[in-house]
Design a protein around this ligand. Sequence first.
Ligand code: AP5
Ligand code: MG
Ligand code: ZN
Length: 213
Amino acid sequence: MNIILLGAPGAGKGTQAVVLSQKLSLAHIASGDLFRQAQNSGTELGNTAKSYMEKGLLVPDEITVKMVLERISEPDCANGFILDGFPRNLEQAKALEKVLNDKGQGIDKVVYIKVPEEELVRRLAGRRICRNCQTPYHVTDMPPKVEGKCDRCGGELYQRPDDKEETVRSRIKVYSEETAPLVDYYRKAGKLLEVDGAQGAKKVTNELVDALT
Ligand code: AP5
Ligand code: MG
Ligand code: ZN
């Protein structure tokens, strides 16, 4: 099974992907995580991506598409994957479709996690993520068991530089203009599964597991 998670910044894509990938035994591929890893390693890809990410803009398609398509051709994706943060515009969606079609595969479901804008801003203001495995937490809603430390790997938690309110607003604008049209695109393709992402994270997970299994 190949799944796409679609939703605005802060909708809960990463939160749900971590749990769903374990429950459904699928690889979790997050384009933003791949860019942040590249920045931590100091590669050229990381430096290029950083200049866009710090402004809340999309990294150019030629860079992003190549990186994600290479990643999903790795062996751990052979039995299915969850894409988190990709595709983010029509051009990326078409590039993905073409590569999967050539392999006799496709996208099975597109999960659209819907959350109102003010809740997105509130969530991102309190988000902390693990420097090592990038699992997201929230200072009040989803705190780690030990303050400042990741439950999964013990890594240090930090605030993403693009979670400043002004950058969050530009990310949401970019989402509305460039990514939101994909909701209709996948609805017309009969692949859309819509979920109310404003409920508690566990409720969202339960709805998704029921619908996907
Ligand atoms: P990316 O890393 O993908 O960020 P994003 O899309 O802005 O999404 P977020 O990671 O901010 O939100 P999320 O939906 O994962 O929410 P989370 O689960 O953490 O992209 C970053 C940048 O990289 C982009 O701006 C762009 O520059 C570049 N990029 C990435 N992909 C690209 C692409 N394909 N093309 C071009 N450029 C690309 O949850 C948020 C918070 O809410 C957490 O604190 C969490 O604990 C909490 N929370 C989650 N669910 C709930 C709930 N149900 N109730 C209460 N709190 C909750
Ligand atoms: Mg995320
Ligand atoms: Zn971790």
